[in-house]
Write a protein that binds this ligand. Structure first.
Ligand SMILES: [Zn+2]
Length: 199
């Protein structure tokens, strides 16, 4: 799933109107597993200055990058983290790790050949899903539409108990971006189907 979707959907699942103090930590847990991917992209594009095509087809698949991404998307490691936090009674950390687990559970069904190793370092198994959140060869346009609807529904649920105005603005912005993306995608496919001769 797209990174902002994780934060909003996790908030809808884990957040409670009577416990708004956990909102930020849930949002951070929703975003955290993807942070290494953003850092990698920043390094590849602006420091190593690799061409765009090489970034996602080669550099991203270097073992070191893959292991760091797998570490942050590991369900058992996050579960162990949760157990330790539970044992010591660290409530914030428990919620953080729960949100990290949810992130991985959200990614698991919607990654095809870019699937993460969600059981790393105990197993290198990758679940190659028949559907993808972005790849149009694997129902990407349908999946991203469903993702957009889920984010919209989640926003409806959490908007009332996200108290900060920055949080509310971000919720609106993410939904606007998704909507603009969907509309422009729809228009582009209409144009290309009108331009391409029927076969
Ligand atoms: Zn992810």
């Amino acid at each position: 799933m797209k990174t902002p979707s994780h934060a909003i959907i996790n908030l809808a699942i884990l957040g409670k109107p009577q416990l708004p103090q956990f909102n930020l930590i849930i949002a951070i847990g929703g975003i955290l597993p993807d942070i290494p991917i953003f850092l990698f992209y920043f390094w590849a594009k602006y420091i190593a200055r690799l061409p765009e095509a090489k970034i996602w087809s080669e550099a991203y698949y270097e073992p070191l990058n893959q292991n760091i991404v797998a570490l942050f998307h590991s369900i058992p490691l996050a579960a162990i983290g949760w157990l330790i936090a539970y044992y010591f009674g660290w409530q914030n950390l428990q919620i953080l790790f729960l949100s990290i687990v949810l992130h991985s559970l959200g990614d698991l069904p919607v990654h095809n050949d870019d699937a993460h190793r969600h059981f790393f370092p105990f197993s290198n198994y990758r679940f190659i899903s028949p559907i993808s959140y972005w790849d149009r060869n694997h129902y990407g346009s349908i999946v991203s539409f469903v993702e957009m609807l889920l984010v919209l529904l989640s926003t409806y649920r959490v908007f009332g108990f996200v108290n900060s105005s920055i949080g509310k603005i971000l919720l609106i912005l993410v939904n606007c971006f998704y909507l603009i993306g969907a509309v422009s995608f729809y228009i582009r496919s209409l144009i290309s189907s009108a331009v391409e001769p029927p076969r």
